[in-house]
Write a protein that binds this ligand. Structure first.
Ligand code: PRX
Length: 650
């Protein structure tokens, strides 16, 4: 097990002034497990209920009786919890501190202003005929109107489905079709890293591609000026729409288990699935985790540098912080534009107290040495966080030394789109840190490690990471396909939620995530299914067969390694490589751009025709001397060819 010497105790100055010290953590945690209902009954009081709940939970993880309900007879409105209840005492507090892509551009929006805009847009959506339960797709750059759109949906009970603005028209259309979404909210364009992103153009293509739904309204924020190809039949100008609306929009009374949003994420098989989160449990969990994980105090400026297209943006830019009356930073750009000092400059310029960022960004900055913090004070920073992928100890220590000035704790939070909020995480005043470990479970979370047969492993061990009981932020179903929900998460091991991750637990009970144990890639913290990439590739006319695996990548964590068997007669040229690269970008989006494409006249298959990915992973990692047993292959000579072609690529 990893050495015990690399432990970073809670800094003394910190421990003296924290929401949660070590003794209290254990007290809270033990109570949360032993009296789970009592714990959550109490903790859910942080939410304003329009009608209080009596039932706390009603859960079964049995695959023939799967159901997950929290606070089910309570009624609330999530947007009112994020806005209205702060207005009397904290209306003038900055809710969103927006920082633009171009240095020097920023805007502060108070809770009062945000509330007003959300109400007007909510009325605007109603005027377009959007009703409670309708799925509204949001395809937006990181501008305040994106937050307004999400909260306006929540206010009227519409279910938002945010699609990352880096996804292609094809990917957008697929998600709109799946959600049968008839309303889309977008901007004419976005800005990122000094470049313009043609969102409206993508939307027009997506609308034309939709086969299962007819898009009736496309609301367009004219953000950068100028919209081409205006289609009056469906396009609606955001500014015009809200100009006509009243500031008053009563919040819809929602059942705790009414859907709040769908967010598509990739699995090991098939198309991306619509992870469905509901209202009462999700907001309770987003709020409590935001407060304790970030040790959040009112008045602090908190920056989660994610995109609203991912769950991190949902829970920790929008819902958690706003439910807690926080000042949340929304950054439009990328960490290294115009140069590597951008993050530290934003921190100094806006006196930011908490920074939460992905390991990929940390590694990209680390590649520049100490330049990213050169000349910066960073004294406002009190706490750092990471999320999305394992962080290597070297990057952890660099982050701690540079941004953290050796003083800020780092909360390495392990969680998933499915979990709604952080599950394994240090609490800054309570947990001694070990670089690379997500440490211990959050309150009410019961992790376990199991072997391949589902036997629970005790003590220091390594195995599949499962969760034994429910928590309020848990996803409730796969939108439109409940069976898939059961099959994906509850069928591998009986009566447990299977995370898809492997993990190790050390002698101190700390968890170390070792990565996915299924065919899901994590590229720069973005989750991608190999099956999804492969089906896109074989749809190309030149491709006979394709297999995709991940390989270790210094900055991205994992890179995308593609093996392609071309149709006979097609030449394996550099031009063809580029064509396939562009094809994946077009079909899925730039995040799916392969790092390496290797021509493979044959793929290693068992006699029953199953591709042996283990071998492909080894070849991709350039570990051809560790291929293991290849005797079960239908044609072992395929491997020689793969190895020879790999060598030619290095
Ligand atoms: O493999 C784990 C990895 O990211 C996966 C979840 O991806 P996604 O649903 O996109 O959500 C990302 C943001 C919460 C997990 O199954 N992962 C996430 N956080 C960590 C992590 N791996 C190691 N350490 C983490 N802190």
């Amino acid at each position: 097990m990893t050495s015990q010497t690399e432990t970073y105790p809670v800094p003394t100055a910190y421990a003296a002034n924290t929401l949660m010290d070590e003794a209290r953590y254990f007290e809270f945690y033990n109570r949360s497990v032993e009296d789970n209902e009592g714990f959550w009954r109490e903790q859910a009081q942080r939410i304003d209920w329009i009608e209080p709940f009596n039932q706390v939970k009603d859960v079964s993880f049995a695959k023939d009786d799967l159901h997950i309900r929290w606070f089910a007879d309570g009624k609330l409105n999530v947007a009112a919890n994020c806005l209205d209840r702060h207005l009397v005492e904290h209306g003038d507090t900055t809710a969103i501190l927006w920082v633009g892509d171009e240095p020097g551009t920023s805007r502060e929006i108070s809770y009062l202003e945000l509330h007003r805009e959300v109400c007007r847009f909510a009325n605007g959506l109603k005027s377009l005929g959007v009703q409670k339960g309708d799925v509204v797709t949001i395809y937006m750059p990181m501008i305040p109107e994106a937050a307004v759109a999400m909260l306006a949906c929540a206010r009227i009970g519409a279910v938002h489905s945010v699609v990352f603005a880096g996804f292609s028209p094809e990917a957008l259309a697929g998600r709109m079709d799946d959600g049968k979404s008839r309303t889309l909210i977008t901007a004419n364009a976005g800005r990122r890293g000094g470049r313009s992103v043609p969102l409206k153009q993508n939307v027009d293509r997506a609308v034309a591609l939709c086969a299962e739904t007819t898009v009736e309204n496309v609301v367009v924020v004219n953000y950068t000026g100028g919209v081409n190809d205006w289609n009056p039949a469906v396009d609606r100008d955001y500014a015009e729409l809200i100009a006509a609306q009243s500031d008053d929009c009563p919040a819809e009374v929602m059942d705790a288990e009414d859907p709040l949003f769908i967010l598509y994420t990739s699995g090991s098989t098939g198309k991306p699935k619509g992870v469905l989160h509901t209202s009462g449990g999700y907001i309770t969990y987003a709020s409590i985790t935001h407060e304790y994980v970030f040790d959040y105090r009112r008045g602090e400026r908190y920056w989660c540098a994610a995109d609203i297209g991912w769950i991190t943006g949902h829970s920790y830019i929008i819902y958690g912080p706003l439910a807690n009356g926080a000042t949340t930073v929304m950054y439009e750009g990328v960490p290294n534009y115009p140069d590597a000092t951008r993050v530290s400059q934003i921190i100094d310029d806006h006196q930011i107290n908490i920074l939460y960022i992905a390991p990929t960004a940390i590694r990209a900055l680390m590649a520049e040495g100490d330049k990213p913090v050169a000349g910066a004070s960073l004294e406002s920073l009190r706490l750092l966080g990471t999320v999305g992928e394992p962080i290597n100890p070297e990057a952890w220590k660099w982050y701690h030394r540079t941004f953290g000035r050796g003083q800020c704790p780092i909360v390495d939070t392990w969680w998933q789109t499915e979990t709604g909020g952080a599950m394994l995480t240090p609490l800054p005043g309570a947990t001694a840190l070990k670089p690379g470990s997500a440490t211990r479970p959050f309150f009410g979370v019961q992790p376990a490690l199991v072997d391949g047969e589902g036997n629970i492993l005790e003590g220091a061990a390594e195995g599949n990471l499962v969760l034994l009981g429910s928590w309020p932020g848990q996803m409730r179903t796969v939108f439109g396909d409940h069976q898939r929900f059961i099959d994906t998460y509850f069928s591998t091991f009986d009566n447990m939620y299977f995370t898809g991750d492997g993990a190790r637990r050390d002698d101190d009970g700390y968890y170390w995530i070792t990565g996915r144990v299924d065919d899901v890639l994590n590229v720069s913290g973005h989750r991608m299914g190999t099956a999804e990439l492969e089906s896109a590739l074989v749809a190309h006319q030149a491709v006979a067969e394709a297999a995709v695996v991940g390989f270790p990548h210094d900055i991205k964590g994992q890179g995308i390694y593609v093996y392609v068997t071309l149709n006979s007669g097609v030449k394996p040229t550099e031009q063809m490589r580029n064509a396939l690269r562009n094809w994946l970008r077009r079909e899925i989006g730039p995040i799916a751009t392969p790092d390496i494409i290797q021509w493979a006249p044959g793929l290693p298959k068992t006699r029953s025709g199953k591709i042996m990915r283990r071998i492909l992973r080894k070849v991709a990692a350039d570990e051809c001397d560790q291929l293991g047993d290849t005797s079960t292959l239908a044609d072992p000579s395929v491997v020689d060819n793969l190895v020879a072609n790999r060598a030619a690529l290095s």
